[in-house]
Design a protein around this ligand. Structure first.
Ligand SMILES: Cc1cc2nc3c(=O)[nH]c(=O)nc-3n(C[C@H](O)[C@H](O)[C@H](O)COP(=O)(O)O)c2cc1C
Length: 353
């Protein structure tokens, strides 16, 4: 089977692959640009950017400045090719500023989840930019479609469907996460497609996310009816990702037994490796931290057992004791640090990986 291209609005990639937005600084300008060059959609994660000291007094502007720099750097690395976009989490306190900056800095698309991105069309205005919400159920999609139609007369340009097996934050109950087969990509596809058909927009591309790490997995998603896939965990240890090599090695050495789901300060369950910080949190320990810039609307720093921004920055730096290592279920597909081109070659030539 030859893999088809992925077309979203006026954008097109050779392979039906979106590199997932991965914060903090995992999915940076280098990984996004490398993905574009290899024939996928490259995504810069907008969370946790900026100089930490400067952010303490001017969080919003410092984040914007860094995001602009990331987009410019990525454009330079990939010789101004497309599709290059930004991932923005609704839960962030500077969500609106990130969207407006992405438009000004010339992103081709915005992917937005970790909450329902109801005001997204308002923030992008009339800009020619693809907007792609992330959902985990037909019900969430239905609410979003109705709101966008009523308020802005706008439809999504594509939809990303995240399953309970995904990496990062999860839009599911703990019961659903324990029994992922009840909310499988196959079930979610039928649910989402029904909603699109009923809303009169059956042709909006639908993208599968969760546990996809090989050509075989992509073929399976396409057979279910998806138009493409979003891949996170497999790309964490690409040479081009932003993480310190020490942290990449932690992922490479991890086994499925090391993967747990805990409650995140974001207010959602989050899938992570059982590292020293997570062990402390599971034992009921509360880390000491100050909250200089309130990056999350949904976090109460007086009650949160740890600061997720600080923990993800620790991972980025390679600090195993204090880092939070977000992962998907398919950690066993992460078995060596590799150049991103190896993965895309396996799609081109049909080598099973
Ligand atoms: C390390 C890591 C960081 C992530 N960061 C974000 C993020 O900043 N924003 C977001 O919407 N999703 C984030 N996610 C979720 C991914 O965008 C993606 O949907 C998911 O990883 C797909 O599942 P997979 O990891 O099984 O491929 C993250 C996932 C991982 C593994």
């Amino acid at each position: 089977m030859k893999l088809p291209p992925l077309k979203i609005r006026n954008l097109e990639s050779k392979f039906p692959v979106i590199q997932a937005g991965m914060g903090v600084r995992v999915g940076n300008s280098r990984l996004a640009a490398a993905t574009v060059l290899q024939g996928g959609f490259g995504t810069i994660a907008s969370v946790g950017l900026g100089d930490i000291e400067k952010s303490k007094t001017d969080f919003v502007n410092e984040s914007n400045r860094f995001l602009d720099e990331e987009i410019r750097k990525a454009r330079e690395f990939c010789a101004k090719r497309s599709p290059l976009g930004v991932n923005a989490m609704v839960a962030l306190s500077n969500y609106e500023a990130i969207i407006r900056q992405s438009v000004v800095s010339g992103a081709d698309f915005i992917i937005s989840g970790a909450g329902l991105p109801i005001p997204l069309p308002e923030y992008v205005g009339t800009a020619d930019i693809a907007i792609i919400p992330v959902v985990s159920s037909g019900r969430a999609l239905s609410i979003l479609l109705n709101a966008w139609k009523r308020k802005y007369d706008r439809r999504p340009d594509a939809i990303i469907v995240e399953s309970p097996k995904c990496g990062g934050h999860l839009g599911f109950t703990y019961e659903e996460i324990e029994k992922p087969e009840t909310r499988s990509l196959e079930i979610l596809f039928r649910e989402v497609k029904d909603v699109l058909v009923n809303a009169g927009c059956p042709n909006i591309p639908v993208i599968a996310a969760g546990e996809i790490a090989s050509r075989n997995d992509i073929e399976m998603a396409l057979k279910m009816g998806y138009d493409g896939v979003q891949i996170g965990t497999k790309f964490i240890v690409a040479e081009e990702s932003g993480l310190a090599p020490e942290s990449k090695e932690v992922f490479v050495k991890a086994t499925p037994e090391d993967v747990v789901v805990i409650k995140s300060p974001v207010g959602l369950p989050v899938r992570v490796l059982k590292t020293p910080l997570v062990e402390r949190v599971l034992e009921g320990h509360k880390e000491k931290f100050g909250c200089p810039y309130r990056c999350l609307r949904t976090c109460n720093p007086h009650k949160a057992p740890f600061c997720i921004a600080k923990a993800l920055l620790a991972t980025w730096r390679g600090d195993y004791e204090n880092g939070l290592y977000m992962t998907g279920c398919n950690i066993s597909s992460v078995n060596k640090i590799y150049p991103l081109s190896d993965f895309f070659k396996s799609l081109e030539y049909g080598i099973r990986s």
